[in-house]
Write a protein that binds this ligand. Structure first.
Ligand code: UFG
Length: 340
């Protein structure tokens, strides 16, 4: 079965393709390489011994999207990752985010309709919950006003998909990720932020390897046990596996409704300081960090109720925080070997 993976050279996309190929799916990648590199395709080949087809196209361009489906008329399902994702940048360049993230989705859905492809797994985010009133947060929790244009594109995208489902044969599973971190155990693929990382774990590993001077911990006066924010960190390989289950569920027509939503997290929250301690424990290295002011827009604490994913999707995160940190550190070490 041929699956289109948009954003397939990106961080979560690449890990998902490894799992898809290891489960017998054939993969076509569509990516414009705006935030990733073509050699990820080589790394996927090295891990799985299968080279996915790679099409460098821009999904925000309707003609290119149509040409892609015309070239691969045997595509039976789509996993849609392709999107810009930097929260801070989205507040400065909102139109860049609305244009890219939403035009590409609309083009994709239009073209899927035209080519009668009716199966979609969509990459959403726990950002849609804002600061939930009760924790752990489940899928029925209210969607709150987005704190950034990026977050808003995820909310609008969920609406676009659910409206399209009501008016067409499309069926979809929307996966709301908590905080994906870590890397494949081979250390051949991992997170590769271009420029200064926005996210905690790449900043931790880059500081420890010497690329950055000091990690800034954004605030220690939150209403949490140690005062730092709490997140539900999830190993990217666990996350990738959930996509194979979601896709198979749709393909095998096991879905209970045309539109389903699942939280993907471990169900456990860790503070920034706990994450740092886990990193220091598994790497055997001391991290240079200092406490600074809060970062605007940060949610105080969030972790997932994973009951639905556990019981309905049949998925459960297997890897703990130490595994996540160990793999992230191995990936950083491997990157530095490559450079030297
Ligand atoms: N943090 C620091 N220092 C840093 C970077 C992060 O202290 O240099 C802290 C943040 O304040 C936060 C935690 O580490 O408490 C995690 O921050 P990340 O930036 O790694 O992740 P976020 O939770 O802010 O954002 C992630 C995704 C977004 C998504 C959001 C939803 O990166 O795409 O979750 O909550 F929208």
């Amino acid at each position: 079965m041929k699956i289109l993976v948009t954003g397939g050279t990106g961080y979560i996309g690449a890990h998902t393709i490894v799992e898809l190929q290891q489960h017998g799916f054939e993969v076509v990648i569509a990516d414009n390489l705006s935030n990733s590199f073509a050699d990820v395709v080589d790394a996927i080949k090295e891990i799985t011994a299968i080279r996915p087809v790679f099409e460098q196209i821009d999904l925000a361009d309707a003609a290119q999207t149509k040409a892609l489906f015309a070239k691969h008329p045997d595509i039976v399902g789509v996993i849609h990752f392709a999107a810009f994702k930097a929260v801070g940048e989205s507040t400065k360049l909102p139109l860049k985010y609305y244009h890219n993230n939403l035009f590409s989705l609309v083009n994709l859905l239009n073209t899927m309709q035209e080519f009668d492809v009716n199966t979609l797994v969509f990459s959403s985010s726990c950002t849609v919950y804002g600061q939930p009133e009760t924790l752990p947060v489940d899928e029925k929790a209210a969607i709150q006003k987005a704190l950034s244009p990026y977050g808003n594109t995820k909310q609008i995208a969920e609406d676009i998909i659910s409206d399209t489902i009501k008016a067409s044969p499309l069926k979809a599973i929307m996966l709301r990720y908590f905080n994906p971190i870590g890397a494949h155990e081979s250390a051949l693929i991992g997170e590769l932020p271009i420029g200064i990382p926005n996210n905690l774990v790449p900043f931790i590993t880059q500081t420890t390897i010497g690329k950055r001077d000091c990690l800034q911990v954004f605030g220690n006066d939150y209403d949490t046990p140690d005062g730092t924010c709490i997140r539900d960190y999830i190993h990217v390989v666990d996350l990738a596996k959930a996509h194979v289950l979601a896709l198979s569920r749709l393909m095998e027509k096991k879905n209970d409704a045309p539109c389903e939503v699942f939280n993907l997290g471990t169900g456990t929250g860790y503070s920034v300081l706990e994450a740092i301690q886990a990193f220091e424990r598994v790497s055997g290295r001391k991290l240079n960090y200092k406490i600074v002011e809060r970062r605007a827009g940060d949610v105080e604490k969030i972790w997932a109720d994973t009951h639905l994913a556990n019981t309905v999707l049949g998925w459960k995160a297997e890897k703990g925080l130490d595994d996540m940190m160990r793999s992230a550190w191995n990936w950083e070490l491997k990157l530095s070997e490559k450079k030297n």
